[in-house]
Ligand binder design. Structure first.
Ligand code: GLN
Length: 377
């Protein structure tokens, strides 16, 4: 397996001293009260194995959080705590797929999904979404479903497209899952990172979906602490049990002190999450308008830490991977080429993803460097 595009570009950024707008992580220290809660838990709490399912307080906090923020009917015993969402996705795929089962993946596909489907013995069926609106083509999904289809993996809001799927698309997808008896593995790590007054719409909450959905979330994304690697799975017992048994042999359990701090964080008032969203929306607009003023064509970003630049429409007739390799060395800015997320054979438009979860000064400097690079060509 190749090194991930995130690791590759971050290594190049470290080696060249470039501003890293590639791998998606915020550049701030994270919320001080969560850091303090974690430090307190290290010093005064247990540092031995917590239960494999997660600390009782953290499982209860996840359930409560989804009751409050997404109006979901979830109890603590529907929750499993994992070491990050990627581990949760691995455990879900290992639990659900038997060798030969087909799994529907939407393309551009987040990098971990395909290798994990293959490792679980599954066969990937791609449904390719197209810019600039990245609509979920339900006819395409239906055409991809066959007698061996077992599951779909949905990332909503979607990385790297920055698209947040709406109620109509999701309702139609839920109907297809029910009609074809599919499990929906929903990677909703960006559920709180939504802009322009959008609200999260978990597939779990649609009619008939609670029994067939494995919902995955991430404290790292919610609290801008990506290195913590605390994820969670929500599912009804019949689905959660097999996922938990896969998790036992992946990481077994997740650091108890971080779990304790996450439990505290999830209980914070709604205003905390609104402020986080508003801050990121401001950063999105700052980077997007600077780039647009400098002649770049920027695609809309409805959620996530990311926006995409359309290279051809920006007058740059170079392949996206080539542009990223040149930007990191010549402009001093690391970015992610979207072609890294295609495996079906579809030839995508050259697009580049930039992370805007950064301070104003960093965003301004990165935009300035890219604008100068474009002018100098
Ligand atoms: N989710 C992060 C991104 O999209 C990458 C995480 C990782 O590097 N594994 O940038």
């Amino acid at each position: 397996m190749p090194t991930t595009i995130f690791e590759e570009m971050s290594a190049l950024a470290r080696a060249t001293g470039a501003i890293n707008l590639g791998q998606g992580f915020p550049d701030g220290p994270g919320p001080a009260d969560l850091l303090q809660a974690a430090a307190d838990a290290v010093l005064t709490g247990s540092n031995q194995y917590p239960p494999s399912m997660g600390l009782a307080e953290t499982r209860a906090a996840v359930a409560r959080h989804y009751q409050v923020h997404q109006d979901l009917n979830v109890e603590a015993d529907h929750v499993l705590i994992t070491s990050g969402a990627t581990e949760a996705i691995a455990a879900a795929l290992l639990a659900v797929i038997s060798p030969g089962d087909e799994v529907i993946l939407f393309e551009p596909t987040y990098d971990a999904y395909l290798p994990l489907v293959l490792r679980a013995g599954g066969v990937a069926k791609f449904v390719t979404l197209r810019p600039p609106d990245w609509r979920l083509g339900l006819e395409d999904v239906e055409a991809a479903i066959g007698p061996n289809t077992r599951a779909i993996v949905l990332n909503n809001p979607m990385n790297p497209t920055a698209r947040a799927f709406g109620r109509t698309e999701l309702a139609a997808l839920a109907d297809l899952c029910a009609a074809h008896d599919l499990v929906a593995i929903c990677d909703e790590v960006w559920e709180h990172v939504l802009f322009d007054d959008r609200r999260s719409t978990p597939l779990f909450g649609f009619e008939g979906m609670a029994e067939r959905t494995i919902k995955i979330g991430s404290a790292g994304k919610i609290f801008a602490l990506t290195g913590w690697k605390v994820g969670f799975v929500v599912a009804h017992p019949g689905l959660l049990g097999p996922v938990a048994r896969a998790h036992q042999f992946l990481t077994f359990s997740t650091p108890p002190n971080l779990q304790a701090a996450v439990a505290f964080g999830l209980g914070k008032p709604a205003a905390t999450f609104d402020a986080m969203r508003a801050d990121l929306q401001r950063s999105r607009d700052r980077l997007a308008s600077a780039l647009a003023a400098g002649g770049f064509s920027v695609l809309p970003s409805e959620g996530t830490y990311f926006l995409c630049v359309d290279l051809a429409a920006s007058g740059i007739a170079v392949d996206d991977r080539e542009v990223c390799l040149r930007w990191v060395r010549e402009a001093g800015v690391a970015a992610i080429p979207l072609s890294a997320f295609y495996a079906s054979g579809h030839k995508p438009d050259p697009l580049v993803r930039l992370c805007f979860a950064k301070s104003d000064a960093v965003l301004d400097q990165a935009a300035e460097r890219l604008i100068q690079w474009r002018k100098a060509r």
